[in-house]
Design a protein around this ligand. Structure first.
Ligand code: ADP
Length: 449
C-alpha cells in the first residue's frame, strides 16, 4: 500500500480523498494555487505545496508543477478527483514515466473513452446498446444533411471531443442543420481543439441513467446499480438519486451485467460510469466517464461502500474488497449540488461566507470545503457543496432532504438552495416523474412569470 498520496484537485473532492487516505493510514498531500492558500483542503491535508497562480491552467492543470510536488514530498501516487486532469491520458502517461501511480484507469482506456466516437465503437463491440447515429465522424455539411434526412429529425450534433455539455447542438429539422452543424464544430474546435462532430438521433423524452462500474484491472468487475441524473440544467446535473425511480430490479440486473461484463473484458481498473439515455424501457449508451463522478456518494450510501478507498486499493494492486454478490441495495439516496450562484440566471456568485452551518443527523452527509469566513475564489467552478441524504425509501429520503436543506446555513453568498426548496414542492419531483427536459421547462415556466 502507498505511504503518501498527492491529491491533484481542490474543494470538496480533495477533502473526500483526504478522508479516505486518513482512514487507511495513508499520508495526504494537497496542492493549491495562490488563490487557495486558505482553502480547507490545504488545512486538512498532512502536507501542502503551492503549485502556481490562481489560473487553473498554471496550477491545477500544470502537469510539471504537480509532478514536482510529488517529487518534493515523496508522494507515490496521485488521485485526480474529478474535472481538471482526471481524464487526461497524457497526464497518466507522464505519471507512469516518473515511476508514480495514477489512481484511476490506464491512459489507453482514458483515451478510448475520451473520444466519443471511439468510445461508442468499442462499447458497441462489447455488446452495450448505443443511440442510433452516424457511423463515426461527419466531415461535411452535405453528409450531415444526408444523415439527418435518412435518420429523421430531430438529431443532435456532438463534438467528438466534447464534454460538460459543451459542443452539442440539436437540429429539429433540415433548416436548422446548417447552423447546428457549424456551431457544434466551432465549439468543439474552440473548447477542445477538435472540430470533428458526429450525429445521433435526438431522443425527446429520455431519462439520464448511469451505471457505476468498478474493475480490478485483472478481468474482474462489478456494477453498483444506476443513478438517475435526469434533472439537468444546460446538460449539467443538479439533482441525482439512486436507485432510479423508473428502473426495475430486472432492468438493473440486465444492464448492470452488460456493463460489468464490458469493463471486465477490457481489464478496466478502478471506478467508471457508463452513461445511458433511457426511453420506453430501452437503454442507449452516450458516454463513459473514466473517473469518480461528482454524484458517487448516492451509490456509496445505498451500497454501504467507500469508492475512493476501493480506487486506492486496486491502484495499489490489491483485490476489490467486494464481489457482485456482496452488493445489495439498502434504501434510497439523493444528492443535490449546491452552487454559489444567483437565481434565476445561475450567475456565479463568489464572495465571503459570513456564516456556514452544515446540516446533520441520521442519513445526512454534507461534502463541502466551506467554513465560516472562507472567501470563495472567483477562478474555479461554483460547486460549494453536495448534500446527500439517505433514507429507507424515496419518501423518507425526500423528507430528510427537505429537513436538511432547512438546517443548512450559507450566509454572505447566494446559493442554489432555493431551487431545491422549490423543486421539493413539485408533484413530479415527489413522484420521480421527470425526463432530462423537465427542469429546463420548469425553470422557463417558473421564472418567466
Ligand atoms: P457531455 O460529455 O458533454 O456530458 P453527453 O454525451 O454525456 O455529453 O450528454 C450530456 C447530456 O446531453 C445528456 O445527459 C442528455 O441530457 C443530453 N443528450 C446527449 N445525447 C442526447 C441524445 N442523443 N438525445 C437527447 N439528449 C441527449
Amino acid at each position: 500500500m502507498f505511504n503518501k498520496i498527492l491529491i491533484a484537485n481542490r474543494g470538496e473532492i480533495a477533502l473526500r480523498v483526504i478522508r479516505a487516505c486518513r482512514e487507511m493510514g495513508i499520508a495526504s498531500v494537497a496542492v493549491h494555487s495562490t488563490a487557495d492558500s486558505d482553502a480547507m483542503h490545504v488545512r486538512m491535508a498532512d502536507e501542502s505545496v503551492c503549485i502556481g497562480p490562481p489560473s487553473a491552467t498554471d496550477s491545477y492543470l500544470s502537469v510539471p508543477a504537480i509532478i514536482a510536488a510529488c517529487e518534493i514530498t515523496g508522494a507515490q501516487a496521485i488521485h485526480p478527483g474529478y474535472g481538471f486532469l482526471s481524464e487526461n491520458a497524457s497526464f497518466v502517461q507522464v505519471i507512469e514515466d516518473h515511476g508514480l501511480t495514477f489512481i484511476g484507469p490506464t491512459a489507453e482506456h482514458i483515451r478510448i473513452m475520451g473520444d466519443k466516437i471511439s468510445a461508442k465503437d468499442s462499447m458497441k463491440e462489447l455488446g452495450v446498446p448505443c443511440v442510433p447515429g452516424s457511423d463515426g465522424g461527419v466531415p461535411t455539411l452535405e453528409d450531415a444533411k444526408r444523415i439527418g434526412a435518412e435518420m429523421g429529425y430531430p438529431v443532435i450534433i456532438k463534438a467528438t471531443a466534447g464534454g460538460g455539455g459543451r459542443g452539442m447542438k440539436v437540429a429539429q429539422n433540415a433548416d436548422e442543420m446548417e447552423s447546428a452543424f457549424l456551431t457544434a464544430r466551432a465549439e468543439g474546435k474552440a473548447a477542445f481543439g477538435n472540430a470533428e462532430v458526429y450525429i445521433e438521433k435526438y431522443l425527446t423524452t429520455p431519462r439520464h441513467i448511469e451505471i457505476q462500474v468498478f474493475g480490478d484491472g485483472k478481468g474482474q468487475a462489478v456494477h453498483l446499480g444506476e443513478r438517475d441524473c435526469s434533472l439537468q440544467r444546460r446538460h449539467q446535473k443538479v439533482f441525482e438519486e439512486a436507485p432510479g425511480p423508473a428502473i426495475s430490479a430486472d432492468e438493473r440486473a440486465r444492464i448492470g451485467k452488460i456493463c460489468a461484463d464490458a469493463v471486465a473484458k477490457i481489464d478496466y481498473i478502478g471506478a467508471g460510469t457508463i452513461e445511458f439515455l433511457y426511453e420506453k424501457g430501452a437503454f442507449y449508451f452516450i458516454e463513459m466517464n473514466t473517473r469518480l463522478q461528482v454524484e458517487h456518494p448516492v451509490t456509496e450510501a445505498i451500497f454501504g461502500v467507500d469508492l475512493v478507498r476501493e480506487q486506492i486499493r486496486v491502484a495499489a494492486g490489491l483485490p476489490m474488497s467486494f464481489g457482485q454478490d456482496d452488493l445489495t441495495i439498502n434504501g434510497h439516496a439523493i444528492e443535490v449540488r449546491i452552487n454559489a450562484e444567483r437565481l434565476p440566471n445561475f450567475a456565479p456568485c463568489p464572495g465571503t461566507v459570513s456564516q456556514y452551518h452544515a446540516p446533520g443527523g441520521l442519513g445526512v452527509r454534507m461534502d463541502s470545503a466551506l467554513y465560516t469566513g472562507y472567501a470563495i475564489p472567483p477562478y474555479y467552478d461554483s460547486l460549494i457543496g453536495k448534500l446527500i441524504v439517505h433514507g429507507r425509501d424515496r419518501p423518507e429520503a425526500l423528507a430528510r432532504l427537505s429537513r436538511a436543506l432547512g438546517e443548512l446555513i450559507v450566509d454572505g453568498v447566494d446559493t442554489t438552495v432555493p431551487l431545491f426548496d422549490a423543486l421539493l414542492c413539485e408533484a413530479d419531483v415527489q413522484q420521480g416523474a421527470y425526463t432530462i427536459h423537465w427542469l429546463e421547462k420548469w425553470l422557463d415556466k417558473t421564472f418567466a412569470s
